[in-house]
Design a protein around this ligand. Sequence first.
Ligand code: ZN
Length: 77
Amino acid sequence: MGAHSRKCDWCGSGTPIVRDMEPLNSAFQYWCEECARALVIKGDPIETYRELDGEPIYGRLLDEHCALKRFYSFATA
Ligand SMILES: [Zn+2]
């Protein structure tokens, strides 16, 4: 039950890379990279998060996959 044995709350097997600090459902706080990416692509990214790996992995996912979103907000502004 230490941080090392934590698994992704969504798929139950991946190593978590990001934690949702304000989860809608407290059973889903820790996300592995694959599940986090799926969330971002779905357009439902974690808003208040903490990177768990000392590296901005989740930040990079947002950068990679949210370009379209930024485009939309420009287009409708
Ligand atoms: Zn996962």
